[in-house]
Design a protein around this ligand. Structure first.
Ligand code: GTP
Ligand code: MG
Length: 131
């Protein structure tokens, strides 16, 4: 998911290009806008963290671009492509190194397991849209 800071900065095209050049196939993609409540559902795993309320406010602050991506070893390879959560620590050339503004407004989200990728894909897309 391309996050609000990167979408509003006009970086959707540049980020999508990097994703495709890294060998991912974009199976589904759209532009949408989460309400704060729905952002809270997406990040429910973090609801006890001190930054949860700020995170939900930020994630609902503007449009986002969720995608379903396909590749061998996709979860691990995508996390390498996006870099560390904190852009100050993200390796040179990673998406967060190039486009993130802060540890919160960090340009992009990547699923952390195949199981969560399935859940998050279903959060944004119906089966019909995926083909
Ligand atoms: P995602 O791919 O978005 O899940 O990021 P991540 O897996 O690299 O990080 P994590 O799941 O731990 O945190 C989810 C999101 O919460 C991050 O991407 C940030 O947008 C935000 N976040 C994480 N840590 C902090 C923090 O210390 N402060 C603030 N303000 N936001 C944070
Ligand atoms: Mg995470």
């Amino acid at each position: 998911m391309i996050k609000p800071d990167a979408v509003s900065a006009g970086n959707t095209g540049a980020i999508t290009k990097m994703i495709e050049e890294a060998g991912f196939r974009i199976v589904a993609m759209k532009k949408t806008h989460l309400t704060k409540e729905r952002a809270g559902q997406f990040y429910a795993i973090h609801k006890e963290r001190p930054f949860y309320n700020d995170l939900c406010t930020y994630m609902s602050s503007g449009p986002i671009v969720p995608m379903i991506l396909e590749k061998e070893n996709a979860v691990e390879d995508f996390r390498k492509l996006i870099g560390s959560t904190d852009p100050q620590k993200a390796a040179p050339g990673t998406i967060r190194n190039l486009f993130a503004k802060s540890i919160e407004a960090n340009a992009i989200h990547g699923s952390d397991s195949d199981a969560n990728a399935e859940i998050e894909g279903n959060f944004f897309f119906s089966r019909l849209e995926q083909y």
